[in-house]
Design a binder for this molecule. Sequence first.
Ligand SMILES: *Cc1c(COP(=O)(O)O)cnc(C)c1O
Ligand SMILES: [Zn+2]
Length: 413
Amino acid sequence: MNYSYVSHLYCPKCSKKYEADVVQNLCDCGSPLLVEYDLDSLKKDWKKSDLNGRENNLWRYHELLPVKDKKNVVSMGEGMTPLIEMQAIGNDMEIENLYMKDEGIIPTGTFKARGAAVGISKAKELGVKELAMPTNGNAGASWSLFAARAGISSTIVMPIDAPKITRNECAVSGANLYLVNGLISDAGKIVGEAVKEHGLYDVSTLKEPYRIEGKKTMGLEIVEQFNWEIPDVILYPTGGGVGLIGIYKALKELQALGWIDEEKMPRLVAVQSEGCAPIVKAWEKGKKESEFWNESETIAFGINVPKALGDFLVLNAVYETNGCAVSISDEAVLEEQKLLSQKEGTFVCPEGAAAFYAARQLRKNGWITEEEKVVVLNTGAGIKYPNTVEVDVQVLEKNESIQPANDRTAKKL
Ligand SMILES: *Cc1c(COP(=O)(O)O)cnc(C)c1O
Ligand SMILES: [Zn+2]
């Protein structure tokens, strides 16, 4: 058995094939490339029971990942995050079977670690010495830290408004870090120039093929955690849409392996912010591609992507699964984030809160029914965005007294 069953890369737009053993970026036609595996051989060689006793992280699926030699794996134990039942908030929403896939506890605090772990490992295997990327913060943090572990240097450009902690994570990793007075699309243009001029490896979202492979492991894990049963709905906060494309790809591959029901797919929901909703706008019009969203703005920084390179893949996954796309206001995000902390004790990131609110809204309008099994991706930890919570708390003098949380005067003995 091989460690990986990777076969080649292919273009989902024009079907052109590429070798997977050398550095590749986009297809000649401008489309992102996807990774193809030798699923026929893998179907013969690989059984579900082979997973028993394997390490409890995303590398347990190494046959379905692109790294050929185990010694190139750069890992910090990422993956196999908990799938948690959310009874209290589920009751509140009238969804009986509500689950949260919690990516907040993964290294670097967001699911970007999955894409970075696999992307960096493959970059190492291909002999990459230096990479460059624009980022809204979280990807830069994950990629620069995993790159440091792999001995690869990184050049990162992020908007000056990106969450401060992600700036610090890049800086402490020793990355060559720049801030730009603008959006991620502006950072992208600057990186594009540098890549052309200095021959750096461009790891912008979907400009290299392996980030999707890391993120697809969320889909593999969700179905394994449900004992290979397919949930009815999966909600995903969508920026570049890599996670959604990845989950869809994962399920298709598992179908080809015969590991899951070949008919049933979860309805995939792309959740965006009202201040940046190009995918939602395209979906509402039944379009195959999105248009650039001008002057985008939202507190959910990870999904502030005005135009995604893989928009057609996101929209295709939504259409093919009879899913939908919805946008959420920042006020609703903050409300939901508070409610989740108070009812479930979980401090989710604003992007995750948006996806929970979308579930609430879709239950209200009947798109989700009461007994359906619903999974919400919380893509990161709330503690990475300390400024989203406004705190007004009393400061005591040393000799002042305090009151208990609940009024006990009525029960006093
Ligand atoms: C990047 C990011 C997203 C969006 O991920 P895409 O794969 O680009 O759609 C969602 N949530 C958080 C916390 C992120 O950092
Ligand atoms: Zn092509």
